[in-house]
Write a protein that binds this ligand. Structure first.
Ligand SMILES: NC(=O)c1ccc[n+]([C@@H]2O[C@H](COP(=O)([O-])OP(=O)(O)OC[C@H]3O[C@@H](n4cnc5c(N)ncnc54)[C@H](O)[C@@H]3O)[C@@H](O)[C@H]2O)c1
Length: 275
């Protein structure tokens, strides 16, 4: 008889839209491979709300350190200025991490070095874009130019500090307006909650220096869309995703949550298709 495989113990830090959706999906879709061991949120009401929808076996960890100690792999789904430190503590404790806040991993070579030294894995889902597989492959033969154009409804950007600083009154915009054009490092600083996908492209293709990021808004846009154009020695690629919002958080695309789940699934099964 085949020996029973030990289930991977998962911890989730951040019980918002993504963390909660992933928790539900682990319970439903990955129950043969994973066991959700504990959850943690800086706001106890969030972790308590999520726990009520899960089994009693899922513990609310009193601290991040306790959560890390009790897990084989930690899912990071927080919106915090300290996200980089959170990911660093996970890999420093020799635990693997599935990181959703990819913007925080730009210029974080030390995190990858620590993970490598500690023999643990940093999983970065493709998020709400298509073509990451091709970008990784194209990198091997050289990428000449690459850009991402994100289109977002104004309400998804309301409260953004960059727009406030630039005096962009999002609710007064009546036609298609380019509100940002620049480097990925500037984009993730200006839009920390909205442009993780640009960081994913930069890391996948090692194209931080040449990646051009544009953000366009218009009241006519009802959902987020992302267009990527890449030219390299392989040829040319154009992809476009038109994303429906996650039912729990209109700022998060549903495909981003699904890609997190699929990444975890592939890791558990040890089968990597198109990655
Ligand atoms: N990779 C992608 O394609 C992609 C797509 C969408 C969102 N994201 C990113 O994923 C992250 C989570 O997104 P979301 O929609 O679930 O956000 P959310 O706002 O719904 O939830 C974030 C949660 O993190 C908690 N939190 C904040 N600081 C914390 C800390 N120090 N410790 C523990 N918990 C803390 C908050 O209380 C909240 O419950 C964000 O950084 C977002 O930018 C990535």
């Amino acid at each position: 008889m085949k020996p029973k495989k030990r289930k991977l113990k998962i911890g989730i830090v951040g019980c918002g839209a993504i963390g909660s959706r992933l928790a539900q999906s682990i319970k439903r879709d990955l129950k043969d491979d994973c066991q959700l061991s504990s959850i943690f949120d800086i706001d106890p009401s969030k972790s308590e709300k999520l726990q009520k929808t899960l089994s009693n076996k899922v513990i609310i960890a009193p601290t991040l350190d306790k959560l890390i100690k009790n897990a084989d792999l930690v899912i990071e789904a927080v919106n915090s200025p300290n996200t980089k430190e959170i990911i660093k503590s996970i890999v420093s404790s020799k635990k693997s991490v599935l990181a959703m806040s990819v913007g925080k991993l730009l210029n974080a070579k030390n995190i990858f070095d620590i993970a490598n030294k500690n023999n643990c894995t940093v999983l970065i889902p493709s998020g709400a874009i298509a073509g990451v597989d091709a970008i990784k492959a194209a990198k091997l033969a050289g990428i000449k130019s690459i850009s991402i154009t994100s289109r977002k409804p104004p309400r998804g950007l309301v409260g953004n500090p960059y727009c406030l600083k630039k005096g962009i009154d999002l609710l007064k915009i009546s036609r298609e307006t380019l509100i940002f054009s620049g480097k990925v490092s500037e984009a993730v600083t200006a839009f920390p909650q909205n442009i993780n996908v640009a960081a994913t492209i930069a890391l996948a293709g090692d194209v931080e220096k040449i990646l051009r990021v544009r953000i366009i808004t218009s009241p006519k846009f009802k959902t987020n869309s992302h267009e990527i154009e890449m030219i390299g020695n392989f040829g040319k690629m154009i992809t476009r995703t038109e994303n429906l919002p996650c039912p729990d958080n209109p700022k998060t695309s549903y495909l981003a949550v699904l890609s997190g789940l699929q990444t975890l699934k592939q890791y558990c099964k040890g089968i990597f298709i198109g990655t």
